[in-house]
Design a protein around this ligand. Structure first.
Ligand code: HEC
Length: 177
C-alpha cells in the first residue's frame, strides 16, 4: 500500500517535471527572436564591420604620420562611444595578442573570451543571440588582421604575429528588431 503510494507520488512528480520542462522549452521557443530578424541584424553587423574597418585602414593610410599622431584606433573608439550614446549599437575594439596598447581593450565577458579563442583558431565570424531584461540582442565578433606595415609603428608586438592571424577583434552588440 505504502509502496504504491510512493510510486504514485513519484509518477506525479515525474509528470509535473516533464510538464515543467515542456513549458520551459515552449516558453523559450516563443521568446526566441524570429530567424528573419536575426538574419537582418547579422546583415547589419556585416555592413558596419566593413564600414568601420575600411574607415580605420583609410585613416591610418592617409592621415596617421608617426607615433605622435592620434591613432585610427582612438578615433574608432570615439565613434563607437558616440553610436552607443545615441542608442544605436555597441562596438568594442579588443586586443587578442595578450599585449594591448590600452589595458582597457581586453575581453571582459564570457562571449568575448570564447569568441577570441575561436577567432584565433581561424573563424571569421562568431555570433550569439542573448536576451537581457526581456530584450534580444545579437552579439558578433570579427577578427582584425595587420593590414598595413604602418600598424607596427605603434604596435611593436604585431611584428611577431603570423601574417593573416588576427591581432584584434571588433565585438558588436545590436538589438534584434
Ligand atoms: C599612431 C599609432 C597607432 C597606429 C599607427 C595604429 N595604432 Fe592601433 N592603437 C593605438 C592606440 C593609442 C590604441 C589605444 C586606443 C584607445 O584605447 O583609446 C590602439 C588600439 C588598437 C587596438 C585595440 C587593442 C589595443 O591594443 O589596445 C587594435 C586592435 C589596434 N589598435 C589595431 C591597429 C591596426 C590594425 C593598425 C593598422 C591599421 C593600428 N592599430 C595602427 C595606436 C596606433
Amino acid at each position: 500500500m505504502k509502496l504504491s503510494r510512493r510510486v504514485t507520488v513519484l509518477g506525479t512528480t515525474f509528470v509535473s517535471l516533464a510538464a515543467f520542462v515542456g513549458w520551459l522549452s515552449a516558453a523559450d521557443a516563443s521568446r526566441a527572436p524570429a530567424p528573419e530578424a536575426v538574419a537582418r541584424t547579422r546583415k547589419q553587423v556585416k555592413m558596419l564591420d566593413d564600414l568601420y574597418k575600411t574607415a580605420v585602414v583609410l585613416i591610418t593610410k592617409h592621415y596617421v604620420e608617426g607615433k605622435q599622431a592620434a591613432s585610427a584606433g582612438t578615433a574608432a573608439k570615439l565613434i563607437f562611444k558616440e553610436m552607443k550614446a545615441k542608442g544605436h549599437h555597441d562596438v568594442e575594439l579588443l586586443d587578442v595578442t595578450g599585449q594591448p596598447y590600452n589595458e582597457e581593450n581586453v575581453a571582459n565577458d564570457d562571449f568575448e573570451k570564447e569568441a577570441i579563442k575561436q577567432l584565433k583558431a581561424g573563424k571569421s565570424f562568431v555570433e550569439q543571440v542573448v536576451s537581457k531584461d526581456g530584450k534580444d540582442y545579437f552579439r558578433a565578433a570579427t577578427p582584425i588582421p595587420v593590414v598595413l606595415d604602418k600598424c607596427i609603428q605603434c604596435h611593436e608586438n604585431y611584428r611577431d604575429v603570423k601574417a593573416g592571424a588576427p591581432i584584434g577583434a571588433l565585438v558588436y552588440t545590436l538589438p534584434i528588431e
